[in-house]
Design a protein around this ligand. Structure first.
Ligand SMILES: NC(=O)c1ccc[n+]([C@@H]2O[C@H](COP(=O)([O-])OP(=O)(O)OC[C@H]3O[C@@H](n4cnc5c(N)ncnc54)[C@H](OP(=O)(O)O)[C@@H]3O)[C@@H](O)[C@H]2O)c1
Length: 310
């Protein structure tokens, strides 16, 4: 146990968040700025395709913990830019880990459900074998290993299917399509755990100063879904909330017939989050409940924007 960072973090130590313009990073930065000093790192502070820039960029700052959420998160882009994927998903996290280890700082690295092959419908545990089937998943798994090789005290958080207010994601796209078109479809043979970025920020806070939170940890809202069932729930909840839809049905399609994919996608990658529950005593709420809260807030914002346009 490294008492240095534990003590500093329990006294509301400074958190440097890399990827602070992203879906997860922006939510973390907003939440933690309420009660501690946050140093938000965006593209202009560090190009994460340049691991050699990590040390000089971090050395200019005083921090007690780093959370790394940046990188090429587009799975198909990783397939066409494997070198870029390795740099930002493996080499930059390794370099951050090295600086954090030298400073005695906490490091939380964010990874993905795509480290799994996806051939087993049972929820995946942290101890299950990771066998990624695409460039993104391989670069993220190598990143996890690189970070934990620097120190097993560091924490790797695997997350999945994020949605939230800071960047467009699947629910926003499905909703937009259903408001503009009478045909909406989504993939039915791919399953994971939809996860609300605002909930994530609450779950991560008690992990910041907890020395037992080390190694790999799966974090997600409770329950799992196919993309198609997720989309259908978006439309059911959106209609209930008051959104005017041109269709309220999401038609099922399969991964093999979807024209846009360059990378192969794993079929089943939902998480077992019992390790997190045991560690913190927190049971993540069902994803449907989190999604409903998100859509209610989105609808309120939508009404304000529509009124301003009138
Ligand atoms: N989103 C999901 O459903 C999902 C699922 C599983 C795992 N994850 C993991 O969760 C973490 C957070 O994901 P997210 O959804 O928040 O991702 P995101 O919204 O795509 O944010 C990634 C951030 O990285 C930044 N970035 C990209 N290339 C950069 C570069 N060369 N230099 C500096 N910054 C760069 C982006 O900056 P700009 O804003 O300037 O483009 C963006 O703010 C990632 O580790 C991801 O792999 C996400």
């Amino acid at each position: 146990m490294d008492a240095t960072w534990c003590a500093r973090m329990s006294r509301r130590g400074k958190v440097l968040i890399i990827g602070a313009a992203g879906r997860m990073g922006a939510a973390l930065a907003r939440r933690y700025a309420r009660n501690r000093e946050v140093i938000p790192f965006r593209r202009e502070h560090l190009d994460v395709l340049k691991p050699e820039n990590v040390r000089p960029a971090l050395e200019k700052n005083d921090f007690d913990a780093v959370i790394y959420t940046a990188g090429i998160t587009n799975v198909d882009e990783c397939e066409t830019n494997p070198r870029g994927a390795t740099l930002c998903n493996t080499e930059t996290p390794r370099a951050i880990a090295q600086v954090c280890a030298e400073r005695g700082a906490r490091f939380i690295h964010v990874s993905t459900d795509y480290v799994f092959k996806g051939d087993d419908p049972a929820p995946r545990k942290e101890t299950d074998i990771a066998e990624p089937i695409n460039v993104y998943g391989r670069s993220k798994l190598e990143g996890e290993r690189a970070v934990l090789a620097v120190s097993p005290e560091f924490l790797v958080l695997r997350v999945s299917w994020l949605f939230g207010p800071d960047k467009t994601s699947f629910p926003d796209m499905i909703l937009k399509r259903a408001m503009e078109s009478d045909h909406v479809e989504a993939i039915a043979d791919k399953h994971s755990c939809p996860t609300y970025s605002e909930d994530l920020t609450e779950w991560i806070e008690p992990l910041l100063d907890n020395p037992a939170a080390r190694g790999i940890l799966h974090l997600a809202n409770s329950g799992a879904s196919s993309w198609q069932a997720y989309g259908q729930t978006v439309l059911d909840l959106a209609a209930k909330t008051g959104f005017k839809l041109r269709t309220n049905i999401v038609q099922p399609i399969s991964r093999s017939t979807f024209p846009g994919f360059k990378a192969v996608r794993p079929e089943f990658t939902s998480f077992d989050t019992s390790k997190f529950r045991q560690l913190t005593g927190i049971t993540p709420r069902p994803w449907e409940e989190a999604l409903e809260e998100y859509l209610i807030k989105k609808f309120a914002l939508f009404q304000v924007e529509s009124a301003e346009l009138r």
